[in-house]
Every structure is written in C-alpha cells, then in structure tokens.
Design a protein around this ligand. Sequence first.
Ligand code: PFF
Length: 449
Amino acid sequence: MASRGEFSSRTAFILAASGSAIGLGNIWGFPIKVASNGGGAFVFTYIILTFLLAYPILMAELVIGRHAKADTVKSMAKISSDKTRWLGMSTGYWGMLTASLILSFYAIIAGWMVAHALGSLLSVAGVSESWFVSDSLARSAVFCVIFFVLTISVVANGVSSGIEKWSTRLMPILILIIVLLIIYIATLPGAAEGWKVYLQPDFSKVTDPSLVLDALSQAFFSLSLGVGTMMVYGSYISKSENLPRLGAAVAAMDIGIAVLAGMLVIPAIYVAQHNGVVIYDDAGNLIESTGLIFNVLPALFNTMGAAGGIVSILFFVLMSIAALTSSISMLEVPVAYATDSHDVPRAKAAWLVGIAILVFSILLVLNMSWLFGKVVNFATEFSEPLIGILFCFFVGWVWRRDQLLGELQEGNPQMQETLFWKIWPNYVRFVCPAIVLALLIRSSGLLNF
Ligand code: PFF
C-alpha cells in the first residue's frame, strides 16, 4: 500500500479541518439564513445545535478515522461487526458519493466567485468586466473547470505538501480579509441598522420549526459532516493528539468565522439598502441568496466609489479562498479511497476522480434549472443527516466500547475520567440519532409535531 500522509502538527490539522469547515456555507449561507430567519435568534439556535448535535458527530467521525487510518469504506469496515460490515461499507460508499455530489455543485458556485474576483480586478484596471460578472453558460463552465484544476492540483500534492500547505497559507489570509472588510463596512452609513438586526435576537422565533431545521442543516453542512471528510482528515491525525480538544477547536473556529461573516454581510446588506439598492422583493421577503451575493453586494461596491473596486476584489478573493480549502477536503474523500483501497497513485487518483466529478458538474451547468436544486437537496438535506445518524449508530452500538476508549486514550491516558467520556458515548448512542431523525422526519413532512 502506498504510504499514507499525516498532518505535521496540531495547528496544521486545526487549520486544514477548519479550512474544510469554513467555506461558502459560513460566509454566504450563514449570513443569508440569519437575515431571513429573524437575525440573532438564528445565530443563537445555530450555536446551540452546533454544540449539542454537530460537535458529537464530528467527534464520531474523527475517532473512527484516526482509529482505522484509512479511507471511509475501509474505516467503516474496520469498526463493524461481521454482521454489520456490509452496512458499514455501504455507509462509507454513500459518504463518498455525497462528498462528490457536494463538490459538483460547490465548484460551480465557487467558479462564480473566482469569476467575480477576476471581474473586479479587470474593472479596477479599467478593462471591461461584463463577461465575468454576468450569468452565462460559458462563464459557468469555464470557471468551473478552472476551479476544478485548482482543487485537483492541491489534492494531487498530498496531505502535507498539498492540503496542509495550502490550508495553513490561505486560512490566515481569509481571517485577515474578513476583519478588514468588517471594519470598513461598519464605518458606512446604514451599517448600524444591520448590526442591530444581527445582535438583537427575537426569541419568539427560536421555537419556529423551519428556523430549527435551517439551523440544523446549516450546522451539519458547515462542519462538513455526514460525508466522511472529517473521517478522512481524522485518519491523518497523529496518535498522540487529544481528539476531543482538537474537535472542539475546529467547531469553535467554524462558529467563530460564521459569526464574523455575519458581521460583514448583514451590515453590508443594510448599507446597500441605505444606498438605494433593493434588498427586499415585492412580497417583502429578503431577495434570494444568489441575488444577494451576486447583485446586491456588487451593487453596493459600485456605490462606494474608488474604494468599491478594492473591497469587491477582497470580498470575492475571500469567497474563493474559503471555497478552495473546502473543496479540497471533498475531493480528498474519493481520492483517499482510490489510494487506500485500490493503490492508485495519488496524483493519478486526484486527476481521474476530479475529472469524473467535473463532467458531472458540467452536466449540472447544462441542466441548472431542474437538476441543480435537486442535487443540493438530496446531498445536504437527506444524505448528510442520514449518514450522520449511521455514524452515530456505528460508534454507539456497533463498535466495541473498549476499542473506542482505547482510541481516545491514545492522546489522553486519563480519558476514562473525563466529562467527555462520561457523556459522549451514550449521547451519540441515543440522543444525537433520535434528535436528527426526529428533525429529518419533521422536515420530510411525514409527521407533523
Ligand atoms: N463546510 C463547508 C462550508 O461550510 O462551506 C462545506 C462542506 C465542505 C461540506 C466539505 C461538506 C464537505 F465534505
């Protein structure tokens, strides 16, 4: 078997896993869900659900991965009993398929971000940018290919000289850009209104089922759960690390950046409104999400005079970086399978698998109107939570408890005395699957409660 990679340090893992977690979901999805779900009430529910549901499942993935030190299919087989091996392996395959599906639509949106970044650059240079910033089939296809080439090139280089190197370089830049933009936007007229909406929770909305569901799927997607990404990244963590602590650091980074992104995007929306940009449709609802990012924000940047060009470049470069550190983690799931289970050399695996998913992305571009939404919903609202439940089932019911404890003790010999060990195993056994299942049934409309 080809030798497997490993993250060179704790910080490298935290940055790479946070890089996976922090993406369009945080900087685009989160603020928009906040804006359309009662401001601070959504932020509150999201943070609670991340700690109560997403963190325990993140831990399940990390522990399985680090124990097996293999791709998702082999890892799930390793913790299964004889009778459940088929189900374990199927879960691994299903995760791989879901990661590939998510990459197929994610790369299209990421391509638009890159196109807008280049477009803003051209416009600052005085060259016409209209092809780059207006919607067309050709533009979507060209930038999707470009984004795939970037993603594949990083993954082809392996864990430490590809994924780790680029995640550790890009993540600090990303944080710096967000902070600079927050400070600048906060100084503009209209921003205060946005801050008010963001920070004052309307608690009457916290019990609204659609808000809770939105917050749950956001928490799953945002922590990259239910596809095996975190399992594969977990398989590259050294045995000497204390897993619960690493997982908590990643969850905290993910929440932190989502909250920061809200401080940028929500005030920006209100500054745009102050400047005369339309942000609500005729029915009084916030205009849909693609419109907000690709029309409202550019319209805002246009009203800012000379600074607008620079702000626009920074914003779309930020989006592109966030998307890239996430997309590499999605591609890593099937690539790890090809290298671990079939001994395909890494670079070859990255290009072969990457091109196959790219072909599907192009199909999506060509059938955007009817296929895109279906793929997004299937992957994020159905597959991710169900696979999350299966991971809980395996950790809570199938995997031998002594082996599970043994794995956690690797990085912390006192594990058995910790609060984490006293609560978490039974929590993933009963509570997590029950709540996720209940919410899933509720959202499918099968039961009304
Ligand atoms: N967590 C990423 C985001 O918030 O944009 C999306 C994501 C990355 C989902 C990796 C799934 C995945 F495997």
